[in-house]
Design a protein around this ligand. Structure first.
Ligand code: NAP
Length: 295
């Protein structure tokens, strides 16, 4: 069993740590907000009060942090852990970040002989809790194979995408699809409500017809109950919408859905909905249309 150092006890990281411990790994954790460390002790993880204490003797150094700023404050700058992790350790970034930030991390690790995988995840709170994430990985294939003992306990499937950065790129491609489904279910439900349709029946059709998706089903069921309990915070969807646009623009392709998503998510965050689930995008669409989607 491996020695794992882990940073980030957010919605996703907490579930990941619990599953790594359950798989028999020796996991030591640091989180910026210390109060979250008490809870993770109960699942059998060790904790440290300073991230610098994490960096010696680990087989794997894993982290799932909110955004590029967090990576800059903990990994590439600030605590500069990328410059301090010992050669021999495999570093794995599970966060959703700009591929350029990922490249910056990789350059620091590689200059020091530390292997690195960019390994962002699909799935949300439930999949993190149940060890059922879908992970997309960039880096050396041999390193990916070495990391399987710590990737498999947290995932349903692992997808080796090729060279360094391809995991981060795939994550943004996938989140464009997520964004499009959030916007389309919102617009469809607002339209249906305006047209006088019964939203339960609309969702019944959406659950079986050839356009069905788990996102339509999950978001639809929540929205008609007025339930926006957080799995994936709206504020992080806003971040991702911006990342997708920047990425698409650098490559000279359009991402109009990401632009629309940013516009809606920004309005939601400004209205104080940022800590709610990203499905609050539907709430913004409904507000604009002047309809209440609760049935
Ligand atoms: P979260 O609940 O907001 O947790 C974010 C984590 O990052 C927390 O541990 C937080 O520490 C830490 N953090 C944020 N800023 C920091 C900083 N400046 N310095 C140190 N630590 C910092 O987010 P999450 O939902 O777990 O998401 C984590 C990553 O996974 C994000 O990149 C997200 O886009 C991605 N993701 C999320 C989902 C989802 O459904 N939630 C799905 C797929 C991918 P504190 O506890 O101190 O705030």
């Amino acid at each position: 069993m491996a020695k794992v150092s882990f940073i980030g006890l957010g919605i996703m990281g907490s579930g990941m740590v619990a599953n790594l411990v359950k798989a028999g790994h020796e996991v030591t954790v640091w989180n910026r907000t210390a109060s979250k460390l008490d809870e993770i002790k109960r699942v059998g993880a060790k904790t440290v009060s300073n991230p610098e204490e994490l960096i010696s003797g680990a087989d794997f150094f894993m982290y799932c942090l909110a955004d590029d700023r967090a990576i800059s404050e903990v990994i590439t700058g600030g605590y500069s852990l990328a410059s301090r992790v010992e050669p021999g350790t495999i570093a794995i970034d599970l966060s959703t970040i700009d591929p350029e930030t990922s490249a910056k991390e990789r350059a620091i690790y590689e200059s020091r002989g530390v292997e690195f995988l960019d390994a962002p995840v699909f799935g949300t709170k439930g999949e993190a809790r149940d060890g059922g994430l879908w992970i997309v990985i960039g880096g050396k294939e041999s390193v990916f194979k070495q990391a399987l003992p710590v990737l498999e306990p947290i995932s349903a499937t692992t997808h080796y995408m090729g060279s360094g950065g391809n995991g981060s790129k795939m994550k943004l491609v996938g989140n464009l699809l997520v964004a499009s489904q959030l916007v389309s279910i919102g617009e469809a439900l607002a339209l249906a409500k305006k047209a006088g349709l019964d939203l339960r029946k609309v969702l019944e059709v959406a659950a079986v017809a050839d356009f069905k998706t788990p996102i339509y089903a999950g978001v639809g069921a929540g929205v008609i109950k007025g339930d926006y309990e957080v799995n994936f915070p709206l504020k992080l969807m806003l971040k991702d919408a911006r990342l997708i646009q920047a990425f698409a623009s650098q490559l000279g392709t359009s991402a109009t859905i990401a632009e629309t998503t940013e516009d809606l998510a920004r309005e939601g965050v400004d209205a104080g909905l940022g800590e709610l689930n990203a499905s609050a995008i539907v709430k913004v669409i409904a507000n604009r249309a002047g309809v209440d989607l609760v049935e």
